[in-house]
Design a binder for this molecule. Structure first.
Ligand SMILES: [Zn+2]
Length: 363
């Protein structure tokens, strides 16, 4: 079946961004894209990073089951669901094996070893270990581990990616995605609406005003760790920018929020970005939509069901801002800091002063 036109466009964009994807890209895509029936991928991802950081070459499946058990034991203390649930009367369906076994051990005094065996077989061997190394239902070219009848064997690429606390930002992405999934699974049960905090630190459940999930690391993942405007690597302090200025449209909806350098944000201020950034934003949103719960649902709710509706909605908001007479950033529709040598030079400068500031603090 041929893909609809607009999807081809988005697909094209992804191919361009992820041309010759490396291990880092594949890892991110596994964590950030695709559907999740449960949080197992995040649980396994969390442990894989830990094992690689400890420079382990392999671990027995029994030990893995034990670590999985403990990880989830801590995770579900606050009662957050780890899968999509359906409730019929008093009966709740869809509770994961891991949750069932933990409850069984904690409340009914079931023999822990028996439960670990079940977790190893049903949750790990038959489910997540088979699925983790796949993307859009295909095997990735260089799997992050292999599984024997007794062991999980870490591949070199995984060990290289995460040894000695490297790429710790990606570890935060796993935990944030985990938070978000829990929120999504929880939210399925009620009609509460979602609000995105302006600083992007949290998704908020409107009625209860409780802060649910860290969001910034997730958007960082979708921007592959790059500033939205100049495309240089992001570093702290990461700023959240309203692409179409807040002064014009008065809201903090997530579709309009992007991450940028502090200085890129300051340069742009409340001016209107050139049009190509609006298209880039539309593409970014479509790529976020490839991942479910709860961001996909939120974007559909606010922008519309189809790519066309969503695109039209964003452009209409851009026009509203334009009619208010806001100046265009860089003074022209073609201005692109990512292609501007002077601007990139400034970034290097800011980058250096930033690091030297950090260095001063330490000494
Ligand atoms: Zn920047």
């Amino acid at each position: 079946m041929p893909l609809p036109k607009i999807q081809n466009k988005v697909g094209q964009q992804l191919v361009e961004i992820m041309f010759e994807p490396n291990d880092k890209d594949f890892w991110r895509a596994i964590i950030l894209y695709g559907s999740n029936q449960s949080t197992y991928k995040m649980g396994l991802g969390n442990l894989l990073i830990k094992y690689a950081d400890d420079n382990l070459e392999k671990i027995t499946l029994d030990e893995l089951a034990e670590d999985f058990f403990e990880l989830y034991q801590n995770r579900i203390k606050n009662g957050k669901p780890q899968s999509k649930r359906t409730t019929t009367g008093d009966l709740q369906k869809g509770v994961t094996y891991v949750e069932q076994e933990i409850t069984s051990v904690e409340s009914n005094g079931t023999n822990k070893q028996k439960s670990l065996d079940k977790i190893r077989k049903r949750a790990l061997e038959e489910m997540v270990l088979k699925r983790f190394n796949t993307l859009f239902q295909r095997q990735i070219p260089k799997p992050f581990y292999t599984v024997s009848s007794t062991h999980l064997i870490l591949s070199d690429n995984l060990r290289t990616l995460f040894s000695d606390k490297q790429n710790s930002v990606m570890s935060t992405e796993v935990d944030s995605r985990w938070d978000l999934l829990e929120f999504g699974f929880f939210n399925l049960k009620n009609e509460d609406s979602v609000e995105i905090e302006e600083t992007l630190e949290f998704v908020i459940q409107k009625k209860k005003r409780s802060q649910i999930s860290r969001l910034k690391p997730i958007l960082n993942g979708y921007q592959i760790g790059k500033c939205f405007y100049c495309h240089e690597d992001l570093y702290d302090p990461i700023h959240v920018d309203h692409l179409i200025p807040r002064t014009a449209i008065h809201h903090d909806e997530i579709w309009n929020l992007v991450l940028s350098h502090e200085h890129c944000n300051k340069y742009k201020l409340a001016s209107l970005p050139p049009k190509h950034f609006v298209q880039k934003l539309i593409n970014r949103n479509e790529s976020v939509l490839k991942s479910d719960l709860p961001l996909r649902e939120e974007l559909i709710k606010v922008l519309g069901m189809t790519p066309k509706e969503r695109s039209d909605k964003v452009w209409s908001q851009y026009l509203i801002a334009k009619e208010k007479g806001l100046a265009v950033w860089g003074g022209s529709e073609t201005f692109n800091p990512a292609k501007d040598d002077l601007f990139r030079g400034l970034i290097q400068f800011y980058n250096k002063t930033y690091w030297s500031r950090k260095f001063d603090k330490i000494s």
